[in-house]
Design a protein around this ligand. Structure first.
Ligand SMILES: Cc1cc2nc3c(=O)[nH]c(=O)nc-3n(C[C@H](O)[C@H](O)[C@H](O)COP(=O)(O)OP(=O)(O)OC[C@H]3O[C@@H](n4cnc5c(N)ncnc54)[C@H](O)[C@@H]3O)c2cc1C
Length: 312
């Protein structure tokens, strides 16, 4: 990419695959790129795209150790942008760096455009209903929204790798318990039936299960169903504190449409809402809205679908 000036990027990622997104961004924008990754030499080598001038790595780092290392690299490399894929621990480390170095920081950015001495980026706002443009002078810290920057088309590898030795951590991990993996994969489901507080009893959720099974879909839920009532396991939780989904169809039943829930379903191709309150905010997001009591409407819908699908 020909420009009279060159921007330097320092990437950071806790998972080696994140190097693919960082390389994609660096290649798309023609950046001089460096990265720090947490991982073994072998695992990092798999993602050592040649767009990186150098990849620094350490097999393990707590957030305070990663902050110390990236802070030193920042002073050494003097990047115009410090970028990380949008993951919790990546964001924590970048926020520490931005605060320490007094940098502007955008989270979940995409559509990044470089200008001399400035960067412009887009972010989703208003629960995903609008996109806002942000501009700040460099250097700047950015986390990039997932799924916008694919690894470069040329899979040429061979960036120089250099192990770094983090200082001692102030954090002590007492134990690591592997979380039981749920049986439901909401994130890749093409039809999701979401259940909310409109359901009066746990047993009534079988209506949603029946509907989902007829449509070859899965059941997800709003926060109260999981966190307050404990009717469904955490792997069903949809929202900013749960999972972000992008099904072809999302059917929200008895869900009011709070921004914390809807922000995570805005990538659904079609949103259908069933709610007895015609003023429920969910209808502002829905492509199709049904104002009805779910206890009357959903059994009828199941009956009609069974007729159509021949008694599945
Ligand atoms: C920091 C923070 C993070 C949060 N994170 C999340 C998150 O990740 N995910 C999330 O979901 N929420 C989250 N929330 C909570 C969120 O703000 C809402 O409180 C929650 O989403 C509401 O859940 P609901 O729609 O199921 O319940 P309600 O808001 O109580 O809505 C129930 C709906 O059901 C309708 N209804 C009632 N009876 C019937 C019936 N018989 N037939 C049809 N419709 C009926 C009602 O009209 C109402 O609209 C978060 C909140 C905060 C502050």
């Amino acid at each position: 990419m020909k420009r009279g000036w060159l921007m330097r990027m320092l990437g950071f990622t806790y998972n080696e695959e994140g190097l693919g997104e960082l390389a994609g961004l660096a290649a798309a924008l023609g950046l001089e790129a460096y990265a720090l990754a947490v991982g073994s030499r072998d695992s990092v080598a798999d993602y050592s795209y040649s767009v990186f001038k150098r990849i620094y790595y350490a097999p393990r780092m707590s957030t305070d150790q990663a902050f110390a290392v990236i802070s030193d690299l920042y002073d050494k490399i003097k990047p115009d942008m410090i970028v990380a894929p949008s993951l919790k621990d990546n964001t924590t480390v970048l926020a520490m760096l931005a605060s320490n170095k007094k940098l502007a920081m955008f989270t979940e950015a995409f559509g990044i455009v470089l200008m001399e001495g400035k960067i412009r980026a887009k972010r989703r706002v208003m629960g995903g209903r609008a996109e806002a443009y942000y501009e700040a002078s460099t250097p700047i810290a950015l986390t990039i929204a997932r799924g916008y920057y694919a690894p470069p088309a040329s899979s040429e590898k061979g960036a120089g790798l250099e192990e770094v030795k983090p200082p001692a951590s102030k954090l002590t991990i007492l134990s690591v318990e592997v979380k039981e993996k749920g049986s439901v994969d909401l994130e890749s489901a093409s039809i999701v039936v979401g259940v909310g507080r409109g359901f009066r009893r746990k047993e009534d959720l079988r209506l949603a299960e029946q509907l989902a099974s007829l449509l070859n879909g899965v059941v997800g839920a709003s926060r109260p169903i999981v966190a307050d009532y404990g009717w469904l396991s955490e792997d069903r939780w949809i929202g900013i504190s749960g999972k972000k989904i992008k099904p072809k169809i999302y059917i929200a039943i008895g869900i009011s449409g709070a921004p914390q829930h809807m922000a995570a379903v805005m990538d659904a191709e079609t949103i259908v809402a069933i709610n007895k309150d015609k003023n429920a905010p969910v209808f502002q997001y829905a492509d199709y809205g049904v104002v009805a009591d779910l206890y009357k409407f959903v059994p009828k819908l199941i009956e009609k679908l069974r007729e159509k699908l021949g008694g599945r």
